[in-house]
Design a protein around this ligand. Structure first.
Ligand code: GLU
Ligand code: ZN
Length: 299
């Protein structure tokens, strides 16, 4: 059993992060497994070494320990390109030249209300999908989207007859949930082709500025690090469907997933990184102990 905590060093860790890290750590410890820390710093513009150092400090103070050396996603570009190249060669990616405004305009047909929002924001209306491919090799410095329809077709074809993890009658048996989704989902989670196609759509797998994306990197690295149990917030429940599809397409093991509740402040807002008053460091400096933090997050 291997769990992980995978923060992005773009701000201080707050109580919500502490809760997530402690859940993953305790789970591994109770099972005699390993807890892994991974630094998700693909966003070079927002990641800072100071934040990374503070992550180590806060987690150590909380009493956690982890395997070293710690993997940084910024050092894993080759692995991401290899995975993207694989998908590109199979015709599952296409170049997208839209900016945010283009996507919004194309998705907002007149008199049709708000555009549909999925785990990556507005569901991409497909503007660039049918543009001809001008590159034979994997292109660089462009945004690449997953062609969801082609991906599901390949997934169905490759899996048909195999049974358990197959797409059966348009159903997509996704993953084993050992926690709870936002609507209480637990156990075997199913989705449908239709849901993936219409509510998730052609997600970006390589951003123009990063050469990769959260979805792609997280899947490649969870497999690389042999993570068997992912622990994370229920806000990522829908994104997990994307991850499981990618795991199948790339021939990777599907871990089990534990989605947990999100901590909220007194007014019911999710704790986000901007709530500096909730930063672990502030509690530390105010004289709190690690067990106070466990109390505060309800552990
Ligand atoms: N780097 C992501 C975050 O901080 C990790 C999410 C995940 O656990 O997959 O939100
Ligand atoms: Zn586009």
């Amino acid at each position: 059993m291997r769990t992980r905590f995978a923060p992005s060093p773009t701000g201080p860790l707050h109580l919500g992060h502490a809760y997530s890290a402690l859940r993953a750590h305790d789970l591994a410890k109770d099972a005699g497994g390993k807890f892994i820390l991974r630094i998700e710093d693909i966003d070079r513009g927002r990641s800072r070494e100071e934040w990374e150092a503070l992550i180590h400090e806060d987690l150590r103070w909380l009493g956690l320990s982890w395997e070293t050396p710690v993997l940084r996603q910024s050092e894993r570009q080759d692995a991401y390109r290899t995975a993207l190249d694989n998908l590109w060669q199979r015709g599952l990616l296409y170049v997208c030249t839209c900016n945010r405004r283009d996507v919004l305009a194309a998705a907002s047909a007149p008199n049709e209300g708000e555009p549909l929002v999925g785990p990556d924001g507005i569901v991409y209306p497909g503007t660039c999908r049918s543009k001809s491919r001008m590159h034979s090799g994997l292109p660089d410095g462009v945004a690449l989207r997953l062609n969801m329809s082609s991906a599901l077709k390949q997934f169905g074809k490759e899996r048909s007859g195999i049974g358990s993890l197959a797409a059966e009658g348009g159903r997509f048996r996704a993953f084993q949930e050992t926690g709870r989704g936002p609507n209480g989902e637990t156990g075997k989670i199913h989705s449908s082709y239709e849901h993936l196609l219409n509510n998730i759509g052609d997600v970006v797998l390589a951003r123009r500025d990063f050469g990769t994306s959260y979805h792609l990197s997280v899947v490649v690295d969870d497999a690389f690090q042999g993570i068997t149990q992912v622990v994370r917030g229920e806000d990522l429940f829908e994104a997990t469907l994307i991850h499981v599809l990618l795991q199948h397409l790339l021939g990777l093991e599907v871990p089990t997933y534990l989605h947990h509740r999100l901590l909220r402040d007194e007014s019911g807002n999710r704790l986000a990184k901007r709530h500096d008053s909730m930063a672990i460091r502030s509690y530390r400096e105010a004289g709190a102990t690690p067990s106070d933090i466990r109390d505060l997050v309800g552990l």
